[in-house]
Design a protein around this ligand. Sequence first.
Ligand SMILES: Nc1nc2c(ncn2[C@@H]2O[C@H](COP(=O)(O)OP(=O)(O)O)[C@@H](O)[C@H]2O)c(=O)[nH]1
Ligand SMILES: [Mg+2]
Length: 456
Amino acid sequence: MLPSTDTISAIATPPGEGGIGIVRISGARAFEIARKLFTPLPAEIQSHRIYVGTLLDPDTGEHIDRALLLAFRAPRSYTGEDVVEFSCHGGMVLLRRVLKLTLQHGARLAQPGEFTLRAFLNGRLDLAQAEAVADLVRARTETAQRLAMRQHEGELSRAIHAIRDELVGILALVEAYLDFSDDLGEMDYDHLSEQIQQMIARCQSLLATARYGRLTREGAMVVIAGRPNVGKSSLMNALLGEERAIVTDIPGTTRDVIRESIQIHGIPVQLWDTAGLRETEDVVERFGVERTHRSLRDADLILFLLSAPEGFTEEDKQLLASVPPERTLLVWNKCDLMPEEALANLAQQVPSPALAVSALTGWNLHRLVDAIGERLLGSDWLTPEGAVVTSERHQIALQGAIESLQQALHSAQTALPAELISVDLRGALDAIGLITGETVTEDIVERIFSDFCIGK
Ligand SMILES: Nc1nc2c(ncn2[C@@H]2O[C@H](COP(=O)(O)OP(=O)(O)O)[C@@H](O)[C@H]2O)c(=O)[nH]1
Ligand SMILES: [Mg+2]
């Protein structure tokens, strides 16, 4: 995929009023366009300089704005091309006029993500680093933002390159046997198998970070479920720290699903309060119950609420059977109504460990929050050290690499010819290369960058 040669332009700041607004131009004609629209400028525009002046319409001479011009000469710019940024006052009419002038004088409107695409195509960023730009912009929590920055700075890319380099070494050795088997004698299959096994382990440990990466980036869906009146809406409010869901002592009051966002250990969590799960004749409530079942199917974690004073009822038992146990956390609510010595007996009533809380008094809610974090991220829910796989695309690529490596391992263990092993090792290399973009195809690249916003 070759970089395009035309000059692109876009408003890089969000729509609406702001202190400043930026119009960005990239490409061979950027400086020429700047010279037409901005005055004064010296005979030679210096790279990495800021000029103060006036933006004007060259056809009428009308002054459009007092502005700053930032100049970056290729290849020392974001895109690797000549780049000019106009920092204007942040008004939409004004910025649109400036953009229009750049288009009238030699630029074309940039596609979403096209600046970053050019940075990738010109080798300023690899694909994983470029993807992280979109993650930086979109991050909804500090943890997600930090993770995006680490990826942008190349943490994941370095881990991928290290794996690639070693794979290339192994491949070179195997292919040497293709060309010089007469001189080299018999291949050391045991040693080769060991090396491949190590590569599989490294890919697997990187893959193990994918869940953390996905949850941090995309967030998790946590659904509060249980029969009517056990305190689902109260728990939702207590976790949110505000009165969002309607709490009443009439069973079946929450007739639809209510969603709110909170943060748990840096993960953006969407908390769902649901209609109580029960058979009902009421049409509206039944609709809510159906939606509840749908939300249970998609949930990353289900908080299954039980009422401590009532104990584990037959109805609870039946409802619990309809939710997937591996995604369910049992919670005893209303523990404030229980004498302390009775709390110990709660554990014996239920099939799996349950946490005791009170949505009313807030008792033990901090432990519930920790338990949610732990269940979502696994036991090592603290930030993993080192590279983290953040997208499904990376995950699929790593899985592909592992599959090819397992094929190669099988071939090595059964002492198959070097040709066969080399094919699988190449397959693994190609799969790994998808992450940083060495082996990526044009349509994948297009898909990735079409997700960006205009001007990025
Ligand atoms: N004592 C006590 N009452 C609670 C607690 N949680 C909820 N309740 C009460 O139980 C009733 C039903 O609560 P609600 O949140 O509407 O239950 P939902 O139907 O499961 O959403 C209300 O009267 C709440 O005040 C709790 O932890 N302790
Ligand atoms: Mg409710």
